[in-house]
Design a protein. Sequence first.
Length: 352
Amino acid sequence: MLWMTLLACSGHAEEPQKEPETMANYYTRQTRINDVMNDAVFGDYGRLIFPVNTGYWSGTTLEQLQLTWYNYIDPDKTVEVCNYLRAYADNCFIDIYTEAEKQSNPELRNTGLFFFRGNSNAPFAICNAGGGFSYVGAMHDSFPHALELSKLGYNAFALIYRPGDAYEDLARAITYICDHANDLGVSRTGYSLWGGSAGARMAATLGNSANLRQLTGRTDLPPASAVIMQYTGYTTVSPYDGPTYACCGTSDGIASWRTMQSRLESLSALGIPTEFHSYNGLPHGFGLGTGTVAEAWINDAIRFWQSQSGATAIHSAKANAGRSEAIYSLNGTRRKTILKGINIIVGKKFIK
């Protein structure tokens, strides 16, 4: 489990919400995916927990879940996310479109926000999963991120969007959250946009203040204070782009880390704050990177967001002490000891 701490917001610290007793161990690795989707506690939105485009995922149980284009799916995190959603089933899902709009366009029923609550009036993040604009891989690429952010006191939303109208749905989500900030108990300013692969393109596009105005039709919405991107080949550069953190694996066959690095260098040349990390041997779609050389990258991303928003403060990262001494294989898998062949130690190759 990633490190937990307190979040200080607007000069004071609060305890993140307490987890109810009913959260732990209701679902297990052996729970059937269909049983989660059809659990009565979720009502009509249970089907959105896993991709509605069924051709892009496989597996019968939570432990067996596989998602197209993704690697290092953590069964324990999948179980934890499902138990969290069940524990907060009464208020974890938000419709961003009205019933009238959904009746006019039934595809809008495949959208919504899953809300992972943090501290009252703390900043929020919107996490956008990838899936090649063909499906939404939320269980690996946005739900885990949102859950970890909420543990730290941030308010985090995971967007379920229509792959063919992704930018429109993200624009609507930003509008909805800002317009209902008081009711949701979140700060309207200092928010961040997160995304992996296709979701990273969404975050970058709406993290551009000119695009935000164009896609929302609004001039009163605050721009994102930070854009957090993983593994995408997005190359567009504009002086209206937001401060950007990006990371990618060096063995990503879909999104080149060099392309990502080059774009951030161009943003930096425009005076836009950036931070870039590449991870030796990692392929596409590593998510939180649990058990890999990229583990705890989210801590760096949060600190970058904090430095841009000025609205949050992270006090410690105790769980990652000693992480620099970890040993990994060339493909990013953690090792207990140095083995014969190529080892990655402190981000550098060591041959035994």
